[in-house]
Design a binder for this molecule. Structure first.
Ligand code: PPS
Length: 570
């Protein structure tokens, strides 16, 4: 028993070819069709190849996929909750045949593995979303990814590993399951409780992990996810530096830190089962599971996707079969009168209990306010402050969207001038017309081209924002899903302020500054937004402006006030 426990399915897989065979396969792969793995696929393949996803031996074939979606099991009967699939474009799939071998490459074109194609099929994504995540609501990050980012065709088959995906960062903290098992064995750690996290850890986390380890008399593995987490999370570089500071505060020889390059799906209950399987493969005997484990946030009606204890319950149901124990996580609070952390459910009326929520912490970081020592260690807070300066020192993007002639460009220009008057910041204007001249001159106005255009704008804006500048964008940007992707990309590195210039179509058409509406009505311009092409209005923009009612000057002034109230300018 203990750390030398059986992996899931009985055998720890290692899908890498021996050195000589790998070299031969690499040569042979020059003649294979070649697929460049996406960021998600790179995470998945790393954990397939090193056995973290044992007993899988490749990307799921159709029968296994169906069984996972419907019954949470592989066709062999082994429990498996999340489909690990290789999604490719229709164009690419057209020339593939079952029995062919594919070369799979990383973002720089380096070959990672080859795949012997077993199945090629077009999945029913709605069925997948409902089966796995219990919803087809795109407010769920995994459903959004499945519908908008994942390609339409799946290719299943066995993998032959050639070279592990490269990581240049934190090499000393990256272990394959076999390596971690070796370390545990060497240390004689037979009982190991894993702590899964995608957030920075503070004193409460330290208390709860220490207690969990003490309760089950086990050693502790801090096993944070450094692959893909929830959009908007603190980047893993910052987090890992925080974990390293924290680790030095644990009693000697009790705890270890190792990084997990997993692409999370935020799949709640099924994801909790998946996390347990992965930790079992890494040699752990216990997993700490909290309230709303791997929760995806709120649905589009503002309600929780899953109940707070659904994940714990699903894992509990399968605990015995999985042979890894769940340690339910108790919410810890600081009792000021006792000068110590206690489980919230042990607090009495006499206790003066303190807590700082994630939202409150972000607010304090954004506004440069005090973060008390009872809450976190000073070196952890200093790390967070380095990468999260107060809002007025962060970059941000003001993203206007609205019909042609709604007044976007005029307001954007006025706003730029007003910001320049305030001074001290670098500003770039990415107006629709300017972008189409410089960045997107070859594009037309089909949905595909418009999306490409907006993604380019989003990319440039996210780079500007990340580096502390201000980007002002003013395209039509008619599609909700694309705007959402831009918001995600930009928000990762600073602020995103969406402004819907909601001047009604009749007004835009009557103004017809460029004479385009008349041409569109005559059918001389095709696919014209509002006339012969759709415009999906934003649901929750930071601001709505109708230029029928106010001048561009006043509109720009209102935006400035909004930016001030949001803390972006001081
Ligand atoms: S999009 O949908 O965001 O990619 O559009 P965008 O890059 O902002 O370009 C819009 C400007 O191009 C002119 N134009 C058209 N607009 C909409 N539909 C069609 N078919 C079209 N053809 C040309 C128009 O002048 C838009 O400029 P604005 O500043 O919005 O009036």
């Amino acid at each position: 028993m203990g750390a030398f426990k059986e992996p899931h399915g009985g055998e720890l897989k290692n899908l890498y070819l021996p050195e000589d065979a790998a070299e031969q396969e690499k040569q042979a792969a020059r003649d294979y069709a070649s697929w460049d793995l996406t960021e998600r696929q790179l995470c998945d393949i790393e954990l397939l190849l090193n056995g973290a996803f044992s007993p899988l031996e490749g990307f799921l074939g159709k029968d296994d996929y169906d069984a996972v979606v419907d019954d949470m099991r592989l066709t062999s009967g082994v429990l498996w909750p999340i489909p690990i699939t290789l999604d490719v474009s229709e164009d690419f799939a057209r020339d593939l045949n079952e029995g062919d071998t594919l070369a799979l490459r990383d973002l720089e074109g380096v070959i990672v593995a080859t795949l012997e194609i077993g199945d090629i099929w077009t999945p029913d994504k709605k069925r997948e979303a409902e089966g796995i995540y219990g919803t087809s609501d795109q407010a769920h990050p995994a459903v959004h990814y499945l519908v908008n980012t994942a390609h339409p065709v799946y290719v299943g088959g066995r993998l032959a590993g050639i070279e592990a995906p490269t990581h240049y960062d934190f090499k000393h903290l990256r272990d394959s399951p076999a390596e971690l098992r070796d370390r545990l064995k060497k240390l004689g750690w037979r009982k190991v409780v894993a702590f899964q996290t995608r957030n920075p850890m503070h004193r409460a986390h330290q208390e709860l992990t220490l207690r969990a380890a003490r309760d089950v008399e086990a050693n502790l593995l801090i096993h944070p996810v450094v692959g893909m987490t929830k959009p908007g999370d603190v980047d893993h570089y910052t987090r890992v530096r925080c974990y390293e500071h924290l680790l030095s505060r644990y009693p000697e020889q009790t705890s270890m830190l190792s990084l997990l390059p997993l692409a999370m799906r935020m799949g709640g209950p099924r994801e909790a089962v998946w996390h347990a399987i992965i930790r079992k493969n890494y040699g752990c005997t216990h997993l700490i599971v909290g309230r709303d484990h791997a929760g995806p946030g709120k649905d589009s009606r503002g309600e929780d996707f899953y109940g707070p204890y659904d994940a714990q319950e699903l894992l509990k149901q399968h605990e015995e079969e999985l042979d890894i124990s769940m340690v339910p996580f108790r919410m810890m609070v600081y009792a000021e009168n006792r000068a110590q952390y206690i489980p919230m459910d042990e607090a009495t009326d006499d206790d003066h209990v303190l807590n700082i929520s994630g939202t409150e912490l972000r607010r304090r970081l954004q506004e440069g306010l005090e973060i008390p020592e009872w809450f976190s260690f000073p070196d952890v807070v200093a790390e967070l402050r380095r990468t999260h300066p107060p809002r007025h020192r962060q970059g941000f993007t003001v993203f206007f969207t609205g019909l042609s002639g709604s007044g976007k460009s005029t307001i954007a220009n006025a706003l730029m001038v007003k910001l320049m008057e305030i001074g001290g910041r670098q500003i770039s204007l990415l107006d629709g017309d300017i972008v189409r001249k410089n960045l997107s001159s070859e594009l037309g106005f089909s949905k595909e081209h418009r999306d490409l255009n907006i993604r380019r704008i989003g990319y440039v804006a996210s780079e500007i924002t990340k580096n502390g500048g201000i980007a002002i964008c003013a395209p039509i940007a008619p599609y909700t899903a694309t705007r959402r992707d831009v918001r995600e990309a930009v928000s990762a590195g600073g602020g995103f302020v969406e402004i819907h210039v909601a001047t009604p179509l009749e007004v835009c058409e009557e103004r017809d500054r460029k004479g385009l509406y008349a041409l569109a009505r005559e059918g001389k311009i095709k696919e014209f937004t509002g006339i012969s092409d759709p415009y999906e209005a934003p649901h929750n923009p930071e601001m709505v402006i109708d230029t029928t009612e106010i001048t561009p000057d006043l509109a720009a002034h209102r935006i400035l006030v909004k930016l001030e109230s949001m803390g972006f300018i001081k």
